[in-house]
Design a protein around this ligand. Structure first.
Ligand code: MN
Ligand code: MN
Length: 295
C-alpha cells in the first residue's frame, strides 16, 4: 500500500472516532460554535489535522455554514443539521458528513440521503462512470419522494486539495470513468425544495488562492498563519481570532486579502426554495470490483 493510502487510512481512523464523539454532543441546546470547536480540537488531540473547518449547516443551508466568531446560535429540536468536517494526515483528507434532526420530523429526508449514499457506494467500482453514481443517487432520493440537489457534487480528493477536479454528481451526468486507487468523497444531498442551491449572503470560509504578500500588518500576520497552518486548505474566519486577537483586526485582514485576490471565499449555500436539506457523506478508494469505504 502506498504511503498516501496509509495517510488516508490514518485520517479515516480519526474521522470515525470524532464522528462518534460528535454524534453524542451535537444535541439540542448545544452552541454551534462550541460544537465546531470541539470537533476541531478532537481532531487535533487524536493526532491528526483539520482538513477544513467544521460546518454545522442548518435546515435550508446545505453546506458551508460554519459558526462565526461571535456566533450565538444554539441547536434546536426541530433543526436539520448537517455536520460536515474534514480530517487530514500529511494533506490526505477524509471528508465526511452526517445529518441529525432531533425531533425526527424529517426522518424520511434524513434516510433518503443515507440510502442514496449506500446505493451510490454499491454501484461504484473501476470502470463505472460518475453518471452511473449520479443515477443511483438520483434514483434513491426520487424514490423516497425528494429531490437531489443537482448543483452540489461529491468530488475527487488529492493531497492538499479538497476538490481535486472530478465531480461526483447527485444526478446522472458526467463521463469520467472511475479508476482503481481514485479517492472520492461521495455526498448525496436530498431536499423537499427545488433541488438547487445558491450563494447566501453569509461567508465565513476562505482559502488561499494567490501566493502574493500583503502590506497591512494584520494581513501579513493572517498570511503567516495561513501559510504555516493551512497552505491551500480552507479555514473559517474564526480561526484567525487567536492570531489577530480582535474581531476588528480579523475583519480588516480578511477584507484586505479578499480585495487583493489573495483569498477566495466560500459563501453559505442555501436551497433556492428554502427547502429542508439532508446530506450523507463518506470518503472511498476505488477498487477493481468495489470501493473501500474509509469512514
Ligand atoms: Mn464534506
Ligand atoms: Mn465533500
Amino acid at each position: 500500500m502506498s504511503d498516501e493510502h496509509l495517510h488516508y487510512l490514518e485520517a479515516a481512523r480519526v474521522a470515525a472516532s470524532v464522528r462518534e464523539i460528535a454524534e453524542d454532543f451535537v444535541k439540542p441546546g448545544v452552541k454551534l460554535l462550541d460544537a465546531a470547536e470541539k470537533i476541531e480540537s478532537e481532531i487535533q488531540s487524536q493526532g491528526a489535522f483539520m482538513g477544513f473547518q467544521a460546518c454545522l449547516s442548518l435546515n435550508e443551508a446545505a453546506a458551508h455554514d460554519t459558526p462565526a466568531m461571535n456566533d450565538g446560535r444554539v441547536l434546536k429540536d426541530s433543526d436539520v443539521v448537517k455536520v460536515d468536517f474534514g480530517v487530514h494526515v500529511e494533506g490526505c483528507i477524509i471528508d465526511q458528513a452526517f445529518t441529525f434532526n432531533a425531533s425526527n420530523e424529517h426522518e424520511k429526508l434524513v434516510s433518503a440521503s443515507k440510502q442514496a449514499l449506500d446505493d451510490a457506494l454499491s454501484v461504484m467500482r473501476a470502470g463505472k462512470t460518475v453518471k452511473d453514481v449520479g443515477q443511483a443517487i438520483s434514483d434513491a432520493i426520487t424514490k423516497a419522494g425528494f429531490r437531489p440537489i443537482e448543483n452540489l457534487c461529491g468530488h475527487s480528493l488529492a493531497p492538499w486539495v479538497v476538490h481535486a477536479g472530478v465531480s461526483v454528481p447527485n444526478v446522472p451526468v458526467g463521463d469520467y470513468v472511475l479508476k482503481e486507487d481514485d479517492v472520492f468523497a461521495v455526498e448525496p444531498f436530498a431536499t423537499n425544495g427545488a433541488g438547487r442551491v445558491e450563494d447566501g449572503s453569509v461567508t465565513e470560509i476562505y482559502a488561499l488562492v494567490d501566493d502574493r504578500g500583503a502590506r497591512l500588518p494584520q494581513s501579513r500576520n493572517a498570511l503567516q498563519w495561513i501559510h504555516e497552518q493551512r497552505q491551500t486548505l480552507p479555514f473559517a474566519k474564526r480561526h484567525l481570532l487567536p492570531v489577530l486577537r480582535s474581531e476588528a483586526s480579523v475583519n480588516l485582514a480578511v477584507r484586505d486579502l479578499l480585495r487583493q485576490g489573495i483569498l477566495r471565499e466560500y459563501p453559505i449555500l442555501n436551497e433556492v426554495n428554502a427547502g429542508m436539506v439532508s446530506q450523507a457523506e463518506t470518503t472511498v478508494i476505488v477498487e477493481k470490483d468495489s470501493v473501500r469505504v474509509l469512514v
